[in-house]
Design a protein around this ligand. Sequence first.
Ligand code: TPP
Ligand code: MG
Length: 311
Amino acid sequence: MLTNQNFVKVFFLETHVERISNLQDIKKAELDRETGLFLYEDMTLGRRFEDKCAEMYYRGKMFGFVHLYNGQEAISTGVIGAMKKKHDWFCSTYRDHVHALSAGVPSFEVMSELFGKATGCSKGRGGSMHLFSREHHLLGGYAFIGEGIPVALGAAFSSKYQKEVAGNSNSDAVTAAFFGDGTCNNGQFFECLNMAQLWKLPIIFVVENNKWAIGMAHDRATSNPEIWRKASAFGMHGEEVDGMDVLAVRGAAQRAIERARAGEGPTQGRILSSLLYFILFFFFLMYLVSFLFPLIRFPAPSPGLSLLRNA
Ligand SMILES: Cc1ncc(C[n+]2csc(CCOP(=O)(O)OP(=O)(O)O)c2C)c(N)n1
Ligand SMILES: [Mg+2]
């Protein structure tokens, strides 16, 4: 029998598949042996790291909250892997382990942080949701969703200020702000899009759309599930990419970064001054991941409790 709930699920799935299939024409990054190995290694490191975290958490070795990134590796690798390490800046979310690894923070330091050790990248005082590394230009993970967006905006402002006011011509760093679909319903998202466009800042807003915000389905919580369309309200360029396709993500990121450094923007054109490029990426993940791996996405001390949470 097709219950109400099933109908909703079938409807969402069809919409999702349709939208993914519309993204096939997007220009992907070029692939050679070296790039392929780099992408594979980075994504594999992320997955293995998270699997080990899940294991440690379930064995009761790791305390506090642990939010995993399984299934989203292509986004971290695709975007951060296309940026300049220790030059560009990154702002993460509370799901921050793999962003930190992609940014180059040693896995030992990330894992130590999760165990609250002084050898951790935040000296053991931050834990899973507050990874930070000045050296690797990671401006933090944030337990409060959306808090990283204004911080990223500040970093982007700093790059522009350094270049145009302080006269540092080498200051062409681009900042990437990562956040989820659920976060897009928060105020900071809109406020920062407005200021970024107003001040023409070199920032990339990366929306990782896994179609869920804890137990709230994306389509039930937002006025327009196609988040990328919200960019146009600010006169900003928006692009939608399949987040399961690392080459598609990397290709889109490369275009955005290149234009940011060159000061070109699709809406503003070449007449405006430097460092003009804004892009909203909307990365889809198979939302089925949320059904198939609920225990991995939201680990709890015991599987029974976890199932209750996700019921
Ligand atoms: C300001 C704030 N409000 C509410 C919460 C509780 N909360 C934790 S995770 C979450 C959902 C986030 O969803 P999304 O942005 O889609 O990220 P995802 O977990 O899917 O990666 C919420 C509302 C919070 N952490 N911070
Ligand atoms: Mg989400």
